[in-house]
Design a protein around this ligand. Sequence first.
Ligand code: AMP
Ligand code: TRP
Length: 345
Amino acid sequence: MSEAVQTSSQFTPRVFSGIQPSGGLTLGNYLGAMKRFVDMQNVGNFETIYCMVDLHAITVWQDPEKLRHATRELCAGFIAAGIDPEQSILFNQSRVPEHAQLAWIFNCVARMGWMQRMTQFKDKAGKNAQNASLGLFAYPALMAADILVYHATHVPVGDDQKQHLELTRDIAIKFNHDYDTEFFPVTEPVIEGAATRVMSLRDGSKKMSKSDPSDASRINMTDDADTIAKKIRKAKTDPEALPSEAKGLEGRPEAANLVNIYAALADMSVDAVLRDVGGKQFSEFKPMLSELAVEKLAPISTEMARLTQDAGEIDRILDRGAERAREVAAPVLKKTYEIVGMVGA
Ligand code: AMP
Ligand code: TRP
């Protein structure tokens, strides 16, 4: 057995997460995912591995030129947000073939019934599910492979990924059971903070998403200060003043969303925010929120734009990241092949 691989239940504390390079980054991606990736890089004794999941992106059609650009821009976004490509491993998924190879094994572990329950597939496939790609259906098995090919123990994500992480755990458990081993860790989802589900600025019942047809529904990481202020000014609210405690936000999804965004940007609890702003009207709170959002996001978007210009430097970072990622992934795949019974593994 390869020495680089651990088979006991004591796995190295290791974080993996990914974001699709399928268009611009939103405030939801930043607060629900990226900002927390940075926190996990800087706190505790985790090894951190972050990935631009280009193979996931093509489960729905992507223009090749735009995909290349979006991948480099996303890499710039990671770095601008505070991911240090020396401290963390930062790379694009397709460069490490072990993801796709392990995904095939997991396609043979996961059951049709499990996949058919995935709500993200139902949402993305829409009414015409027969016309969705097979890749979109199999997507969660690739996601499990992304995580488990590094024996990752912790996965920070937004709330929408919870079901996929439960499936990842089910795949690890079934594999371990079927092959009578404890080879794969049962990964912990890390879904924490005030902004695990940032909602649309136009409709408090819908997730803020890069694919929403209305640009006013989201804040993009590339929006300038005026655009951010305008979108927040126009954000849907209700006529009531802000409450002084979190309980007062119940049944007020738009108000709750803006307060959650404020809390996440300011690194404060919702209760602490409401102690400060309770009793204020939205006409007073919205400019405070805009000012905070611009203060936090403008330096990131400026740096992201600067780094995106230098494709050569981004590509060097991705080369190095892929090389480091493969050093971890290759022995795990090799051992998996051995366990499964592949000759010559
Ligand atoms: P995606 O852009 O779909 O690849 O998502 C990348 C990461 O951002 C995942 O961890 C998502 O859960 C997270 N995310 C996306 N949209 C939101 C949102 N509106 N609120 C919180 N997290 C989000
Ligand atoms: N499915 C995730 C999303 O759409 C992206 C993703 C792919 C991911 N592989 C992952 C997230 C592994 C965490 C871990 O947002």
